[in-house]
Design a protein around this ligand. Structure first.
Ligand code: C5P
Length: 221
């Protein structure tokens, strides 16, 4: 496809998990590998975009011509996402952000007690993509919806509720695709159209997604 499809555009992508500390040695996180976000960053750079990759802790190398900003927590990811946002044309939220974080971080390692049950108190993290999409000068904003059932209707609900321009719906109930896998299959949903992209490698899928995003950005923005 047209390799200059995103020439001159600034694309910001969140990727990977966030990590929410409990004390100096422990944290709450998830199994996100960051592969989809990194593949999108590489594909967007190949399409000529200036790419800012806001990444949680992952074991991946930075794609060439991509600027990586490394963060740990959801709050850090939000701050990094807000920096430079007025220069952003397309914001893609691919990160698996922890929904909650511990209400406080213990200064010292929490010691094992005698009680069998231990309670953790958690507080809701900010919704990064919804915060970006609520801005008056919002970029073309794209989210992901990983669902195990009623995939398209839940994705449409998120598209509306978070004020997104596009959502990439992902059926994570199917073995071999999605979380931590090298392959994925998705449905791209906007307010006016729906496009299926069948199962393929994340790298190949990213190229197809960037191609569709560049077309829809021009027609729907
Ligand atoms: O609501 P849910 O977590 O399923 O929405 C997923 C989408 O929202 C993804 O694009 C994810 O990156 C984004 N998200 C976010 N900040 C959060 C939670 C989710 O940007 N705190």
């Amino acid at each position: 496809f047209n390799s200059g499809a995103l020439a001159g555009l600034n694309v910001h992508i969140t990727a990977g998990p966030t990590r929410e500390p409990l004390d100096p040695v422990r944290y709450i996180s998830n199994h996100s590998s960051g592969k989809m976000g990194y593949a999108l960053a590489a594909a967007a750079a190949d399409a000529g975009a200036r790419v800012r990759l806001i990444s949680g802790p992952v074991n991946l190398t930075v794609p060439t011509h991509v600027e990586r900003i490394s963060v740990t927590t959801a709050e850090e990811m939000l701050q990094a996402s807000l920096e430079e946002i007025n220069h952003c044309d397309i914001f893609i939220a691919c990160a698996a952000v922890a929904d909650y974080r511990p209400t406080s971080i213990a200064e010292h390692k929490i010691k094992k007690g005698n009680e069998e049950i231990m309670e953790l108190h958690l507080v809701k993290n900010p919704d990064i993509v919804a915060t970006i999409a609520a801005r008056e000068d919002k970029p073309f904003t794209i989210g992901f919806a990983a669902e195990t059932r009623d995939v398209i209707s839940y994705a449409r609900g998120k598209l509306d509720r978070k004020n997104l321009d596009m959502i990439i719906a992902n059926d994570v109930s199917q073995a071999g695709i999605g979380f931590n896998s090298d392959e994925n299959a998705v449905t791209l949903v906007t307010h006016t159209t729906q496009i299926d992209i069948p199962q393929t490698s994340k790298r190949q899928l990213a190229t197809q997604l960037i191609e569709q995003i560049s077309l829809l950005y021009k027609t729907e923005k």
